[in-house]
Design a protein around this ligand. Sequence first.
Ligand SMILES: Nc1ncnc2c1ncn2[C@@H]1O[C@H](COP(=O)(O)OP(=O)(O)OP(=O)(O)O)[C@@H](O)[C@H]1O
Length: 245
Amino acid sequence: MIEMMGVSKSFLGKEGQFKAVDDVNVSIREREIFGIIGESGAGKSTLMRFINALETPDSGQVIVGGATVNKLKGRNLRNHQKDIGMIFQHFNLLANKTVMDNILLPLKLHKYDQALTIDEVLNFTGLADKRDSYPAELSGGQKQRVGIARALITRPRILLCDEPTSALDENTTYEITDVLNKARDEYDMTVVIVTHELGVIKALCHRAAVLEKGKLVDTIDIVRESGPRSSQSYYERIMEVLRNE
Ligand SMILES: Nc1ncnc2c1ncn2[C@@H]1O[C@H](COP(=O)(O)OP(=O)(O)OP(=O)(O)O)[C@@H](O)[C@H]1O
């Protein structure tokens, strides 16, 4: 489904050119939830952004659904990018637009034949009662659910998640991993998630690539462990973790 072969990318840093991604090979299967994990600056986001051509590798190939992404241009490139949804660490919502208008934004920019309805994504993400609220009136978890709804409404084949829970507390984190798991099952997506949070990888991913200073150290199979249930209260979670109850 997603194949990256020998991809590298250099940037100009304070001490000259350096390789942010260094000859990485990654193969992601259809409907897989695939993690990219590593310390800050390891090259995780750069590697993920090759998939939707927000970054272009200096060398190597990125093949998605049979198409060589780094050779796509014009309409073909736009069609490729339309098939891929993305969610961000800081949600990237427009402060002066309601929840509904934020979610509908992608449909205002492009035509999507398979788009879902606003009611479906609001219900799916548990935001039906927040339709007319503004981002400032929402909690962090609710803002990220708006981000997920905005990505889902176009019905993408691939969902890219860049540190989707890093700005959230622990309980809210598992509320979001629950929604992502459910979204992948319901809408048959392949999900790629960049994070430095090991608990998120364990709760969500089938496999994960470990990056260190731009190099792929290993691709590991994950024994998935359902994270704490999002229905648990913060107090219940504290008791479970700190007192092993
Ligand atoms: N456009 C750019 N110009 C210059 N340097 C960049 C650019 N994009 C990324 N870098 C650098 O490349 C390295 C890898 O960045 P990347 O964002 O891929 O890492 P990361 O593992 O996702 O880190 P983090 O978890 O901190 O986001 C970092 O040192 C970063 O500063």
